[in-house]
Ligand binder design. Structure first.
Ligand code: UD1
Ligand code: CA
Length: 453
């Protein structure tokens, strides 16, 4: 059975009070619609069609280059009307799976179950809600078969007490769907063409409607305002934490971890509270991550210790490195095995060689540092002349004293020692002591000024 996915994303989302169209509101840093498209891509469907309207070009621009068919719905006359706009993209012998751009947490397994139930007729995805307010209600006959969906605004008091609700997600053989959509009428409380009315049409035509019930109402929650967005975010984060726990990661508190991307972790990894992991984060075996670390697109080797309050972005960290507290790695920072970066050290576009150390208060930018180098406290690579960036190269075993300014371009030879407080603007030879410092003098008998009376 071939399936095609239709994602409804034309609605306005007034309750978000935002310039950003609803389906572009971020859940874990990615637009709501991106989550739904990712789920659709998991299904091996023949095509994915997004019905768009509000915020048109902005929405499309976000997914440029993706294999998506776009169907414009203008004006927006209801969910049935929306699916109709996608019909030119569907083929008669396949099953259409209808997802909502604002229902981001539904899993591929649930959608597969729904599609599998729609071989001979439509299948709807329902959920049991303790508070069903706002949803369409599922009407079953005394035998338990689904006979209709009634929208809240069209329901009578008795129907409103039903707590089995329509999630909106649905699957239906395309051959049946077309004629039912064509026959939809808008004579209801909202004056819209309701997709949900195809259920009654199906029953009228003697075609049984299958119902699949979602495991949890959270999975199928629709996001209409910021409060629901926040609930969905927590539910999403709980899932990420559960996945890491299942993979053997120790989390100090699963409720105080935020994953906004993809994290892979080896064995015996410990993550303390308030870690924010963004983009692709790869963590090796035996790694400890201290509290309050923000780690973006970074690879961390085996046996590393990341102390509290570190911020890394686009960095590569070798094995058995020790970082922080308060270390900052900016894009293209690379630490070789056994390197150590201490507090208030910033590294950008630079390599710190095997076993090398920069333990305190240092800026290293546009530099290549060899093995077993000691970079003293307060060292600065002066990489920027106001117009261009320049390189600093430091050979193996060099010792850079505290408070040294290395005015790039400059090269420090292997085994060189640079005296504390030097401003080094010319290359320093290997194996020698280079020092740039004015002679110290003492003014004897000098008196400190005193406050005037
Ligand atoms: C719909 C269902 C309701 C269900 C609820 C679940 C209908 C008639 N009702 O109601 O039974 O309980 O979802 O959340 O289907 N959209 C368009 N074009 C339109 C209208 C909507 O693309 O003309 C899209 C929206 O962007 C959204 C989805 O369809 O992604 C649902 O629209 P919404 O207006 O939120 O539907 P509800 O009234 O909540
Ligand atoms: Ca100086």
């Amino acid at each position: 059975m071939n399936i095609s996915v239709v994602i409804l994303a034309a609605g306005k989302g007034t309750r978000m009070h935002s310039k950003l169209p609803k389906v572009l509101q971020p859940l874990a840093n990615r637009p709501l619609l991106e989550h739904v498209i990712a789920t659709a891509e998991h299904l091996n469907s023949r095509s994915i069609c997004v019905v768009y309207g509000h915020g048109g070009e902005t929405v499309q621009a976000h997914f440029e280059g993706r294999d998506i068919a776009w169907a414009l719905q203008e004006p927006q006359l209801g969910t049935g009307h929306a699916v109709q706009q996608a019909m030119p993209h569907l083929q008669n012998e396949e099953v259409a799976v209808i997802l909502y751009g604002d229902v981001p947490l539904v899993t591929a397994e649930t959608v597969e179950k729904l599609a599998g139930a729609a071989v001979d007729g439509p299948a709807i995805l329902t959920a049991i809600e303790s508070d069903p307010t706002g949803y369409g209600r599922i009407i079953r006959n005394p035998e338990g078969a689904v006979v209709a969906i009634v929208e809240e605004k069209d329901a009578n008091d008795e129907q409103r007490r039903i707590n089995e609700v329509n999630t909106g997600l649905m699957a239906c053989p395309v051959a049946q769907l077309g004629p039912w959509l064509d026959a939809l009428k808008s004579d209801n409380a909202q004056g819209e063409y309701y997709l949900t009315d195809i259920v009654a049409s199906s029953v009228n035509d003697g075609v049984k409607v299958a119902a699949v019930t979602a495991d949890s109402p959270t999975e199928v929650m629709g996001i209409n305002d910021k409060a629901q967005l926040a609930i969905a975010e927590r539910a999403y984060q709980q899932r990420q934490a559960d996945a890491l726990l299942a993979a053997g990661v120790t989390l100090a508190d699963p409720a105080r971890l935020d994953v906004r991307g993809k994290v892979t972790a080896g064995s015996d990894v410990f993550i303390d509270v308030n870690a924010v992991l963004v983009g692709d984060v790869e963590i090796g075996d035996d790694v400890t991550i201290g509290p309050n670390c923000v780690i973006t697109n970074t690879k961390i080797g085996t046996g590393c210790t990341i102390n509290a309050n570190c911020v890394f972005e686009d960095a590569v960290i070798g094995n058995h490195c020790d970082l922080g507290p308060f270390a900052r790695l900016r894009p293209q920072a690379e630490l070789k095995d056994g390197a150590r970066v201490g507090n208030f050290v910033e590294i950008k576009k630079a390599t710190l060689g095997e076993g090398s150390k920069a333990n305190h208060l240092t800026y290293i930018g546009d530099a290549t540092i060899g093995k077993d180098v000691n970079v003293g406290c307060g060292t600065i690579t002066c990489n920027y002349d106001g117009a261009n960036k320049h390189q600093t190269i430091i050979g193996d075993n060099a010792f850079i004293g505290s408070g040294v300014e290395l005015v790039a371009p400059v090269e420090i030879g292997a085994g060189a020692t640079i005296g504390a407080g030097s401003t080094i603007g010319r290359d320093a030879p290997a194996g020698e002591l280079t020092i740039e410092r004015s002679r110290q003098k003492t003014v004897s008998g000098w008196k400190r000024p005193t406050k005037k009376k």
